[in-house]
Each structure stands twice: as structure tokens, then as C-alpha cells.
Design a protein. Sequence first.
Length: 346
Amino acid sequence: MTHGKMKAIGAYRYLPLSNPESLMDLQLDKPLPTGSDLLVKVKAISVNPADLGIRENHNYEAESPKILGWDAAGIVEQVGPDCRLFKPGDKIYYAGSVARSGSNSEFHLVDEQIVGKMPKSLDFAEAAALPLTSITAWESLFDRLGISLNANENKSILIIGAAGGVGSIATQLAKLAGLTVIGTASRPESIEWVKSQGADFTINHNHPFQSQLKELGIDTVDYIFCLNETVQHLANMAEVITPQGKICAIVPTDKTTWSGSLKMDLLFAKSVTFVWEFMFTRSLFHTEDRIKQHELLNSLADLIDDGKLKTTLTERLEPINTANLRLAHDKLATGRFIGKIALENF
């Protein structure tokens, strides 16, 4: 069932960005919410490497267009009959589910259990910059690595790729939890940004880690959060992780430009825990604990409104249309973008 039309940006097949059919302005039927779905009037979206990865690395060709986008902030327009958490008019933010149509549309359906109340102190673009990266960082630090929210004195974490979207909010969260934070960055502007997010130190991920850490007076680190090129960085990680330390990675081997498999034996002698994080696991498999994404987004909003965390937004584009989305994808594809880029207003 539908009621009226809406603007959206999508494609009938996945193509390189240079192809004009890779992203197109579309007019689609506006959906109706059922079950525990919210119908959201989307006010702002942000882009993530996930958008590029899915568009570039998946085969898709169909009669109905695929809509990308897994970050949005907006206003609840309508609620499904089973909704208990939100009502029409509420301002919300969320990352959605990779198994469903994405948020690059004027109206969007999302399960309320993975939605949070929007921080009161942020505008829509500032809020849209946060959900996917914050869920990834929060789940990695507190669920996967088992870091407590406090009592981390004398504990350290190395964040590889600290200037990007996930790295920026992970640095803030790790610092909030009381860890000594070492972020990797390789350019003057990215080093400056990482320090502005709260990192105590920075090292260059293009050079061996051990000698750089020793220069800082650090022998080993208790935790490592690897945000890119897992295969490339594993040997360096194995050298600097504390015995019985923990490593979390978010980039599988097929998404890395470095060919080869993960030589996990490198971690054996130190009894290192290695764990993956994929923030869509809960929504993809409808896990019983998926309400935790609602709860952590609400906690994040409170921390932001209390001045303990800040948005990682660094660039805005307006309006939300194909030309601007293509520009955003282009900027992200360089691998050198700092912070987050958001688009606002259809």
C-alpha cells in the first residue's frame, strides 16, 4: 500500500560512479508503515564507506531500484500499529538495516527498535553524521572488546584509521571511558583532527608501529581497533598488542586492497582475542537484543546533550539530490576524507 509519491536517489543496477546510471533521481511510491516500523520524513543523510562498498562490490540488476544510504535524521511521520517507542512528530536518528531499502529517500521505513531520539543540541545534519559510525564504535569498544565505560586507568587503545567517521567517534568514546588513546593518521590535517577528537598521541599507519610507540614510551597496547586494511596491519598489530590483549576489526579481507589472508597464527603466542564488528548484525539477523541499538543511540544523544561528545560532521551539502550525493561518494572514495559528510533537505 502506498499514498502518494516521494523523491529518492537510487539505481537499477550497480555501476561505477562515473556511469550516469550509478545514481539517479527517482520518483517512487511513498510507503506505509506496518508492524513496528516508523515512516520517517528524512531531513538529512550522511554517507559511509558502506555505500561505496555495496554499490561497487555487489551485483544488482532489477526492475525495482535499489536505494542506498544507512544514516538518517528526520521526523516521525507515521507509526506502525505495533510501535511503542515513538510517536508522530518525534525527531529521531538511526542507521537502519542493510537488508532493507536505504535512507536516500524523502520518506523511509525503519524498525523503531534500532532508532534513537535525536540529540536536542544538534541540527539534522549534525545528527545524521553519527548513527552508523557511533553504533560501530560503541559496539566495538563496549560489546566486542568488553571495555568498561570507566575504570580504564593505565589501559591503552590503538585506533587504526582514527581520522575517519568511525575513528573520530571511537576516539571520543575511548577517551570518555578513560583510556589512553593512540590514533593513527598520516597527514598534518588528519593528525590535527585526531588530536581535536581527544587522542593523546598519534602515529603514522604507513610506518612500523612498534618503533613509533617506543618513542612515545609505550611498549604495548591493551586494545586495538582496526578500521582499515586488516590484512596489511595484522603483523604490526601482533607486535604491539599486549599479551592477552584484544583486537577488533571492521574490514573483512575481501574489502581490502591488500591481497592475502589473515595470518592469525601471529596472535597465537600472545593468546590474543580477535573479534569482528559488523553493525548491521543485529538488524540483519533480527537478534533478540537489537533494542540495544535504540538504547545506545539514546545514551549517545544524552552524552552529546551533556557536552561529553560532539558530532563528527565536517562538511554539509544541500539539497539531497543525485549531483550532491555523487559528489559525496567521490569525496569518500579518495580514502582521505576527515570526519563525516552529510546532505540535508530534499
